[in-house]
Design a protein around this ligand. Structure first.
Ligand code: ADP
Ligand code: ADP
Length: 214
């Protein structure tokens, strides 16, 4: 099964992706996590991406497509892939479609996780993440077991630079302009499943699983 989790920044895509990938045995590919790893390793791609990411703008489509395609091969050892944060533009979505067609595979479900802007701002301004494993927490809504450190590996949790309120506003604008049109695009293809992203993390996971089994 090949899935996409679609939704605004802060909708809970990364949080849910961990549970859904485990439940269905999928390879979880987060474009944001891959980019942050490239930055940390100071690769050419990481350095090019940095300027866009810090401003809350999208990294150019050609760079992102090439980066994602490189990782698809690993899905062969799993039951498929779960994409989180990609595609984010129509050009990325059509690029993905032709890549999958030439590889003789296709998407099964595109799950749109719906959360309104006011909730997103509360979620992003309290978000913490582990720089080692990418696991996401929230200081109030989903705190780690021990304050300030990752449950998985004990690393010190950080705040993302792009979660500052000014950058969050820019990212939301970018989402509405560039990414929201994908909802209609996948709707027309009969792939769209819409899920309410408000509620307990476990409840939202159940809704996503149900939508993918239907
Ligand atoms: P995305 O990957 O879509 O940007 P994240 O998974 O990073 O979103 O979640 C954004 C923030 O909201 C994180 O701090 C996360 O802990 C928190 N969060 C995720 N799901 C929920 C939920 N159902 N209720 C409250 N907070 C949530
Ligand atoms: P979010 O919490 O907004 O879902 P991500 O971790 O997915 O954040 O992405 C962080 C940043 O990385 C984005 O603001 C953007 O600059 C860049 N990025 C991630 N995925 C993509 C993509 N598919 N296309 C272009 N830029 C991307």
């Amino acid at each position: 099964m090949n899935l996409i989790l679609l939704g605004p920044p802060g909708a809970g895509k990364g949080t849910q992706a961990v549970h859904i990938a485990e439940a269905f045995g999928l390879l979880h590919l987060s474009s944001g996590d891959i980019l942050r790893r490239e930055r940390k390793a100071r690769t050419e791609l990481g350095q090019k991406a940095q300027v866009y990411m810090d401003r809350g703008d999208l990294v150019p489509d050609d760079l992102i497509l090439a980066m994602m395609v490189e990782h698809f091969g690993q899905a062969k050892e799993k039951n498929g892939f779960l994409l989180d944060g990609f595609p984010r533009t129509l050009a990325q979505a059509t690029g993905l479609k032709s890549r999958l067609e030439s590889a003789g595979t296709r998407l099964d479900h595109v799950v749109s996780v719906e959360v309104e802007d006011a909730e997103i701002i509360a979620r992003l301004t309290g978000r913490l993440y582990c720089p080692e494993c990418g696991r996401t927490y929230h200081e109030l809504f989903s705190p780690p077991r021990n304050a300030g450190v990752c449950d998985v590996n004990g690393e010190k949790l950080l705040r993302r630079k792009d979660d500052m309120p000014e950058v969050v506003r820019q990212r939301l604008e970018t989402y509405h302009r560039e990414t929201k049109p994908l909802i209609a695009y996948y709707g027309e293809q009969g792939l769209l499943r819409t899920v309410d992203g408000i509620g307990e993390i476990g409840e939202v996971s159940e809704r996503i699983k149900k939508a993918c089994r239907a």
